[in-house]
Ligand binder design. Structure first.
Ligand SMILES: Nc1nc2c(ncn2[C@@H]2O[C@H](COP(=O)(O)OP(=O)(O)OP(=O)(O)O)[C@@H](O)[C@H]2O)c(=O)[nH]1
Ligand SMILES: [Zn+2]
Length: 362
């Protein structure tokens, strides 16, 4: 077995690099760039990077739309970085926190022509590291030498792209009995992905019959709702109501998926909450940050259910996208079981937005 890290291992290393502000090297067909997450960039690294070539700022088309910048590359825009621009300027373009207070960041000039595949990979990596989707990208003449000389993580696009699309296989690590208020017959199973990403949990209540559709809930982690009892959403009450229902029926499975903030991570979710305090709704806030409405990968939930021997569910949800994604990933939804709990004066607008913009069912 070779000692050198595989592409999956290097990808995981790259996420750590980006979170620390260390550049990674992306290559494709003779071209190469150094890419660094804007959120983690410091002035010294910026100066070093500028010494190597002409830096470009990659942002998503969603963020570009807010900034009134043209996105010539479809889902992303490459923004020219003015010579005088420092880290503050880059962070102000990346982060919408001060958009309203300091609206004059531009005019921003978007670059066109030349490929954007390496920029796209850098943004996908930043998202998967739960950072703001903005990357400083510097085309360099000799990427392989730079990677070797500075011990930077080297990621050839031909190897990276399929991995970023594939989704990492999950493996069961351990399971143990956990008696709960909802049911004494509870068991928690921990699943671990191969790529060093988040672990996910399955809470099995009773001994559900694998030959029948199982009462199931796909719950996405919500630190504020689940743990703090936040009134901004309905997650905590939904979590407890789902477990209670499984307890009453004597069987069920709740997947606790660590996809905080619909997959953007807690720091970005708190950025979204700040924007909501400026008057934007939950979907607009995600877009201003540069994310899609929902960045979750529902293949994870379907994969865990299949591994546990389930092929059909009675799904506790109001979200039609979850039903579609289960069906698309080999889990039959025999019944949709509505889950309306936890409505209050504060989350009324949030629930109304989900109904209006994400098609949530009554
Ligand atoms: N980005 C973002 N995420 C939020 C916000 N409010 C709650 N969340 C996250 O949204 C997710 C809630 O997911 P779910 O409970 O599965 O809700 P859902 O997709 O509406 O589907 P159902 O509850 O099954 O109908 C959790 O990951 C929360 O952390 C918000 O304003 N912005
Ligand atoms: Zn919540």
């Amino acid at each position: 077995m070779p000692l050198a890290p595989t592409i999956v291992e290097r990808l995981n290393r790259a996420r750590g690099d980006l979170r620390m502000g260390v550049p990674v090297v992306l290559t494709d067909a003779g071209r190469g760039v150094l890419a660094v997450a804007v959120e983690a960039l410091d002035p010294a690294r910026l100066a070093d990077l500028r010494g190597l070539g002409v830096a470009e700022l990659a942002i998503t088309a969603r963020r570009a739309e807010t900034l009134k910048a043209r996105a010539y590359d479809g889902d992303l825009a490459r923004i020219e970085v003015p010579e005088a621009a420092g880290v503050d300027w880059l962070k102000a373009v990346a982060d919408p926190a001060d958009d309203l207070r300091l609206p004059m960041k531009g005019p921003l000039r978007s670059l066109r022509g030349g490929g954007a595949a390496l920029h796209r990979a850098a943004l996908t990596l930043a998202k998967s590291a739960h950072l703001l989707p903005a990357a400083l990208v510097v085309p360099v003449a000799d990427p392989l030498r730079l990677a070797a000389e500075h011990a930077l993580t080297l990621l050839p696009l031909a190897e990276v792209a399929p991995e970023l699309l594939r989704g990492s296989p999950l493996h069961p690590v351990v399971s143990a009995r956990v008696p709960m208020v909802a049911s004494q017959a509870g068991r928690v199973h921990v699943f671990r992905p191969e790529d060093g990403g988040e672990e996910h949990y399955a809470i099995e209540i009773g001994r559900p019959d694998r030959a029948q559709p199982v009462l199931a809930r796909l719950h996405s982690a919500c630190f504020t709702g689940d743990v703090l009892g936040s009134l901004k959403c309905d997650c905590g009450p939904q979590l407890r109501a789902a477990l209670a229902r499984m307890g009453e029926e004597g069987a069920g499975v709740l997947l606790y998926l660590n996809q905080e903030g619909r997959g953007i991570g807690l720091a970005n979710k708190m950025r979204a909450y700040s924007l909501q305090d400026q008057g934007f709704d939950t979907v607009e806030a995600n877009h201003r940050l540069g994310f899609e409405d929902d960045e979750r990968d529902f293949r994870i939930g379907a994969g865990i259910l299949r591994q546990m021997g389930f092929s059909a569910v009675r799904l506790l949800t109001n979200n039609p996208a979850k039903i579609r994604m289960m069906e698309a990933n080999g889990i039959r939804v025999a019944e949709r079981v509505p889950l309306h709990v936890g409505r209050n004066a504060i989350n009324e607008g949030y629930l109304a937005t989900k109904a209006a913009k994400s098609g949530h069912l009554a």
